[in-house]
Write a protein that binds this ligand. Structure first.
Ligand code: M6P
Ligand code: ZN
Length: 188
């Protein structure tokens, strides 16, 4: 017999704005929190908000499913679109699902040996991120990119590998829309 460790609960998710009710724990990241991640080192205003993450609080263990919504603002650093820091899972084989709610973005995924895949994220997209793939979202539209994420509770976030290596590709504004180009700062 498995003794339940949690009581069931319900959270209401605004499918347009991504806000949770009751409000989840929020993480805010500003340009100053992303030093060295963009092509351009200098930023005009480091205090500029890039994204917020609202978490549904559950214990970070394998038996649970962590859920969050992310609201990624539109914007550019030079010609590079606003993006999340991106991470591998600390427990590498843990997977994740994204559901696009509003706005337009790209989900950049990468393996540790330098493979990369980029896929669209928008209202109604369901992106499956298998274990072993780092993931970063990029807002290529002019409205906030909002998405819901669910992942294995004990996955954890490894930011260090990305801070050291970067992603194999960067997403830049081009004349005909976003361009996915090799990242000159990538160190495998
Ligand atoms: C999604 C999930 C979260 C993640 C967030 C922001 O909501 O993948 O686990 O924290 O995006 O991305 P990052 O942690 O890379 O800044
Ligand atoms: Zn993740």
């Amino acid at each position: 017999m498995v003794k339940p460790s949690l009581e069931p609960f319900t959270v209401f998710l605004d499918l347009e704005s991504g806000h949770l009710d009751p409000a989840g724990l929020a993480v805010e990241r500003r340009l100053v929190d992303m030093e060295g991640m963009y092509q351009q080192e200098e930023v005009a205003d480091g205090d500029q908000l890039v994204y917020r993450v609202y978490m549904v609080p559950v214990p970070e263990q394998n038996s649970e499913i962590s859920c969050s919504t992310t609201i990624l603002e539109p914007g550019l650093v030079g010609e590079e679109y606003f993006m999340t820091k991106g991470h591998f899972h600390q427990v590498r084989d843990r997977s994740e699902v994204y559901i696009g709610l509003s706005g337009y973005g790209l989900l950049v995924m990468a393996t540790e040996d330098g493979g990369d895949v980029t896929q669209p994220i928008e209202r109604g997209s369901m992106n499956y991120v298998p274990g072993g793939w780092a993931h970063r979202t990029v807002n290529v539209g002019d409205t906030p990119l909002v998405f819901f994420a669910a992942y294995v509770g004990d996955a954890g976030h490894d930011y260090t590998t990305i801070e050291r290596s970067g992603f194999p590709v960067a997403v830049l504004r081009g004349e005909d829309g976003p361009r996915v180009v090799p990242n000159p700062k990538y160190r495998r």
